[in-house]
Design a binder for this molecule. Structure first.
Ligand code: PEP
Length: 250
């Protein structure tokens, strides 16, 4: 039985003050989230602050990105060893905003996935199609290609120790959520593809849905057979909204 994971991606938002309020709100209600796993991914600079605040709680810490290199002349980057030092458990790789705005391709994303694993972090690998790709009927091809780059570099077993987030790009931050069935269809495709290579990996891997998840739609999404929780953007910036999602499913 896979556990439900709800991970908040705060993106480029927050201040020391607002983060203190947000985290204390989350900590006040996280006891009511049962067996569901909860994680937050602050901007890099706030990771030490959040690490202190969540210490000893069930809230795990993740990063929104990771350098593909561990150390050296890579100005502006943050590496796996640094993230580990500050208690990160997860690292998001291949978010659609990284792919679209910073030209991070499948191979580069796969190297970031490897960097996370090599440093004891669990990668949250984001995959998903644009609206144009969905309308062309190539959603599965796109998702397969994104997964294949990681499988080619790291092998199928590595996905059994990772989290996958299916995030249709057209649903991110737009208020348009995939219907539970639309999401389930792609999740089932992902799990089926992995099962063709290794059934145990397919059974084990948590596949999250991301794209305008809210307290009002989380339960029906998480109730689908192959949806194991969510990667949450906008709604993770408000403790009450985030907790409502954290309590769903499971
Ligand atoms: C995201 O950025 O991963 C995301 C799912 O954002 P939102 O929930 O705001 O659509």
């Amino acid at each position: 039985m896979r556990q439900t994971l709800v991970a908040g991606n705060w993106k480029l938002n927050g201040s020391q003050e607002s983060i203190k309020t947000l985290v204390s709100g989350i900590l006040a209600g996280v006891g009511d989230t049962g067996n569901n796993q909860v994680a937050v991914c602050p901007p890099f600079i706030y990771i030490p602050q959040v690490a202190e605040l969540v210490r000893g709680s069930k809230v795990a810490l993740g990063s929104q990105d990771i350098c593909d290199q561990d150390a050296g002349a890579f100005t502006g980057e943050v590496s796996g060893p640094m993230l580990r030092e500050f208690g990160c458990r997860y690292a998001i790789v291949g978010h659609s905003e990284r792919r679209a705005l910073y030209a991070e391709d499948d191979e580069f994303t796969a190297r970031k996935f490897a960097a996370a694993r090599n440093n004891g972090l669990t990668p949250i690998l984001c995959v998903g199609e644009t609206l144009d790709e969905r309308e062309q009927g190539i959603t599965e091809d796109v998702v397969a290609r994104q997964l294949d780059a990681v499988i080619a570099l790291e092998g199928i077993a590595a996905l059994g120790e990772a989290v996958i987030a299916y995030e249709p790009v057209w649903a991110i931050g737009t208020g348009k959520t995939a219907s539970p069935q639309q999401a389930q269809d792609v999740h089932a495709f992902i799990r089926g593809k992995l099962a063709g290579l290794d059934q145990a990996v397919a059974d084990k891997v948590q596949v999250l849905y991301g794209g305008s998840v809210k307290g009002s739609n989380a339960a029906e999404l998480f109730a689908m057979q192959d949806i194991d929780g969510g990667l949450i953007g906008g709604a993770s910036l408000n403790a009450e909204d985030f907790l409502a999602i954290c309590k769903a499913g499971g």
